[in-house]
Each structure stands twice: as C-alpha cells, then as structure tokens.
Design a protein around this ligand. Structure first.
Ligand code: NAD
Length: 532
C-alpha cells in the first residue's frame, strides 16, 4: 500500500520575495495521477500577475543587493538552496511523486540532481568573477579593448511537468548564477515542488525579486510572459507545438529564445554486443524510465535482424518483471501517466498503431490489477513501417516501437529518419562503428545515389551519405544518463540552444565589448575646419 503523510502545502504566487494571491484569485486543483483524487490546489497567475512579477524582477536588478552582486556572493545563495533541497529531500520527493506520478526512487534521484545542479552553477558563478572582464589584445597602440560578461536581464523560464523541479533547476540555477532576475512558469500539471523552491529561496534570504514563481495555465501565464516587452529572454522546455508559439510571440519583439523540445530518439542495437541482457536493460530504461515521459526517451528500437528474435524474447521477459504500482510503493518501477488527457493520448497512439497494421507484441492495455489511476502497461510494438504515426511522432509514454535492419547503412538511415534531433543511442562493441555513428563525416557508401557531371562532361554515379547520428546527444552502450556538466539540447525540430554545462550559463549572459581610443592624436577622417 502507498504510505505517505506529507501534507500538500497551500501556497500563493511567489513574487518579490513573498507569497501573493493572484490578482484574479483563481486556483487550479492538483490531481494525484495514481488515484485520480484531488489532493490540493495551487494559484493560477494571469497577465496581471506577470506584470507585477516583471516589475519586481526589474527592481531586483536595479538594487545593489542583487544587481551588484559578485558571482561569489550569488554562489552562496545557490549553495544554500542546494543544502535546503537536500534537507527536505524525503518530503519533496513524496510531493513530486504525488503530483506527477514519478516513482519515489526517481523523485529522490531528481532531488539529488537538483542539489548537484545548484552546486555546479555555484562553482561557475564563482569562476565568472575571473572572466567578467577579459582584455583583448588588438596589437594596436591606439586602442584598448576588453569584453564584459554581464547578466542578460529579466529572463522568463517556462518548464514542463516530466521532471518538474529538475527542469526548473536547469534554468533557475544558471540564470541566478549569471546574475539575472528570473520568472519561472512551471507546468500546470506539476507545480508543487517548484512553489516549494520559492519557500526555500525565502528561507535562504535570496533578495526579493531575484526569482519569482508564477504557476498557472500556459495560455494565461506562459503566453503573457513570452510576449512581455520587459522580459529580455525566454528559455523554454516543452513540446514542439508550444515552443513554436513561444518563438512566434518572442519574435514580435525580437526577443531571444532557447527551445528544448521533444524527440523520437533511436537506440540502435548491433549483433556484436557482448551481453544481450545488458543491452536489453538499457533498451528498457531508455524507453520506460519515468514511464516513458522523457524528452530523450529512446522510443525507437532499431535492432539487427540476426539477433532480433532472441532480443525481443528477452525484452518481453524483462518487461514482465517491471513492477507497476502506486509510485510511492517500494520497488515501483513504472508509475502512472501524469494526467487523464495524457493517458488518453498515449492510448490513442497505441490504437492508431494497431489500426495502421502494427503488432502490439506486449502490453498496450491498462494493467489489470490497477482499476484507478492513469496507468498504461509498458508496450512493445513491432511490424512498424516508417510511414506510421508510431514511428514518427513523440508518444511521451511507455511505448517502444521496433524495426529491424541488416546493414550499418540501413541502421543509420532509420535512426535519422525523424524530424527530431535530440538524442540517440548505439549498442555495439565495435569502437570504430561507434565513432562513425558519433562524428559527422561524409562516407562513400551504396545506398543514396546522386549523379555528378565531372570535368570531362561524363556522368558519374556517386553514393554519399551522412553516417553520424544527427542529434545533440549521443549515448554509446547506454541510454539516458545525464550530467549537469554536459550541454543538453537538440537540433532539427528538437529545438536550439543548450541547458546545462557552461553553455547553460552563457545563455543568460550579455557579452559586451568595450573599446577605448587611447591615442592623443586626432582621428583625422574628416578635414578639420581649423585647417581651412
Ligand atoms: P507543453 O508544451 O505542453 O508545456 C510546457 C510549458 O509551456 C508549460 O509550462 C505550459 O504551461 C507552457 N505553455 C503552454 N502553452 C503556452 C503558451 N501558449 N505560451 C507559453 N507557454 C505555454 O509541454 P509538456 O507537456 O509540459 O512537456 C512535455 C514536452 O516537453 C515533450 O514534448 C517533451 O519532449 C518536452 N521536453 C523536452 C525536454 C528537453 O530538454 N528537450 C525536457 C523535458 C521535456
């Protein structure tokens, strides 16, 4: 049985260092996806609250207690936040699981990552003091120049529900490290722990307005933030459809955006793997961790034909072993989908796949022992072709589709056969092959044909193809591990810009060049009137 005795805190919006009721006094119910019960509510911000928060953020930047801080001073706040997160780890983990259905084990791991991320950006904030002013040698006597790195200004941070506090942290920690003032808009499907971050910031004495947290609906709170004339940048993580709306709104003001969007990532398994079970487990983890609600989920298994049958047999055995239960139960490895709407969406993907002629090899139903909650069995789908929806679209649920290949060329073509470009994984013990899949290069091969006229006017048939994965993240002999030191993001329709790593900090900095004329002589471009 699920055991928890953590009360759901009743919070307001976190603006200017204090809790404020939303102007329209509206609240949104919190539904536990494991039981479908309403367990609390949270405030719904609208455009009026966005205006108030933006004002508070601008004031914070103008005040010495935030706007004139050194990186070293900001690092102290970040470290204090990390310590408080760890102090409240078990309570916050339960709140996260109740809110979004994440297994308690995964919620606790997320909180470790949250603390580590605040610590990492504390280090980078300290290092920023040394890089704040960098002289540039122009090899000229008449000019002296340097480059300044300064906070970009007020930044809007819009985040999804699948890793509620962790995705927020990937943006909040570097934005504060850079010295920006931030407005966080978490997902309406999981806001509890993000509001608790507000309480933590209050407790550690973060200066008012440095971080403001506006919960609420996307169109009511996220949209006015994206189009606000006094927000200098939007950093967005979410679906490609919403990302396009955010980018459109920001474009009207030529406001910079970074977009971390969805994916349909491949895991390519070659027959030279040493151990079937190890590859099977990574395949499972790559697609079913966090109930498949992971932007980088490797949800397309591309398996070499010679081992496909044995591999799928083992995959089913391992899948049957996954404990599906209330996420607070011990050893639960697969919790519910986050919401009723998302559950319906996942079920529709499965029925559409069936209708298009694919085979549901395993799963595809609600688990029989769970009568309530938005649960879906881990599902494996075969007999898939590349025109099917299940091959092309992001499901964001525990659904793996499978295709086989014979040759390396076929494998890379299938892997890159997607509009997305977030992540990809290769399982092979051939180091040369792993490198070919990693590095962009053009290789002569025999599956794509182009015709060139050579200098003698003779038509030559040449076969070229890009051999590497076209993604921002590549995993070799694993899938999904993520580290805050490494840049995270994609290409193609998975978005642009990077969270995490040093790039995750740079996106919150303005680079300012300063050039001084140091010569006593006149510039002498125009004729001086005194010489007439
Ligand atoms: P979503 O696009 O529905 O919502 C994301 C955020 O945008 C929420 O806070 C939402 O309230 C807000 N929003 C909605 N409409 C808006 C509007 N018109 N203007 C401004 N903001 C608006 O995405 P989701 O369902 O919360 O998250 C799932 C998606 O996120 C998946 O596609 C997943 O792949 C992606 N994701 C990407 C990454 C990454 O790093 N690339 C990480 C996690 C999730």
């Amino acid at each position: 049985m699920a055991i928890h005795n953590v009360p759901i805190p009743s919070r307001q919006l976190y603006i200017d260092g204090e809790w404020r009721e939303p102007v329209k006094k509206k609240r949104i119910p919190i539904i536990n996806p494991a039981t479908e019960d309403i367990i609390g509510d949270f405030p719904a911000a609208t455009a009026e609250d966005v205006d108030i928060a933006v004002e508070a953020a601008r004031r914070a930047l103008a005040r010495d207690d935030w706007g004139s801080t050194t990186g070293e001073q900001r690092a102290k706040y970040l470290r204090a936040i990390a310590a408080k997160v760890l102090e409240r780890k078990s309570e916050l983990a339960i709140l996260e699981s109740l809110d979004c259905g994440k297994t308690l084990f995964e919620s606790a791991a997320d909180l470790d990552d949250v603390a580590a991320c605040f610590e990492y950006y504390a280090d980078l904030a300290e290092a920023l003091d040394l890089k704040r002013k960098t002289p540039v040698d122009l090899h000229l006597d008449s000019f002296k120049s340097y480059v300044l790195r300064e906070p970009l200004g007020v930044v809007g941070l819009i985040t999804p529900w699948n890793y509620p506090l962790l995705m927020a942290t990937w943006k909040v920690a570097p934005a504060l490290a850079a010295g920006c003032a931030a407005i966080l808009k978490p997902s309406e499907l999981a806001s509890i722990t993000c509001l608790e971050l507000g309480e933590i910031c209050r407790e550690v004495g973060l200066p008012p307005g440095a971080l403001n947290i506006l919960t609420g609906l996307g169109p009511e709170a996220g949209a006015p933030l994206s189009s606000h004339p006094h927000v200098d940048k939007i950093s967005f993580t979410g679906s490609a459809a919403t990302g396009a709306k955010v980018m459109t709104a920001a474009a009207q003001l030529v406001k910079p955006v970074t977009l971390e969007l969805g994916g349909k990532s491949p895991i390519v398994v070659f027959d030279d793997i040493d151990n079937l079970d190890i590859a099977v487990e990574w395949t499972l983890f790559g697609c079913f961790a966090n109930t498949g609600q992971v932007c980088t989920a490797t949800s397309r298994l591309i398996i070499q034909e010679s081992i496909a049958s044995a591999f799928l047999d083992r995959l089913i055995l391992w899948t049957k072993n996954i404990k599906i239960s209330d996420p607070l139960e011990e050893d639960c490895k697969l919790g519910p989908i986050v919401s009723s709407a998302q559950y319906e969406k996942v079920m529709k993907f499965i029925s559409n796949a069936k209708n298009e002629g694919a085979t549901i090899l395993y799963g595809g139903e609600r688990p029989q022992h769970l009568k309530k909650g938005y649960y879906v069995q881990p599902t494996i789908i075969t007999d898939v072709n590349t025109s099917m929806e299940i091959w092309k679209e992001e499901v964001f649920g525990p659904v793996l589709c499978v295709k086989t290949f014979k040759t390396e060329q076929e494998a890379i073509e299938l892997a890159n056969d997607t509009k997305y470009g977030l992540a990809s994984a290769i399982m092979s013990k051939d180091a040369g092959r792993c490198e070919r899949f990693t590095k962009v290069g053009v290789f002569l091969i025999c599956c794509k044909q182009f015709f060139l006229i050579n200098r003698h006017g003779i038509t030559t048939r040449v076969n070229w193809i890009l051999q590497a994965f076209q993604t921002g993240i590549i995993w070799i002999n694993c899938s999904q591990p993520s580290f805050c030191q490494l840049p995270f993001g994609g290409k193609k329709r998975s978005g642009f810009g990077r969270d995490l790593g040093e790039m995750g900090l740079e996106k919150y900095l303005n680079i300012k060049q300063v050039t001084e004329y140091t010569c006593d002589d006149a510039w002498a471009f125009y004729k001086s009137p005194s010489k007439n």
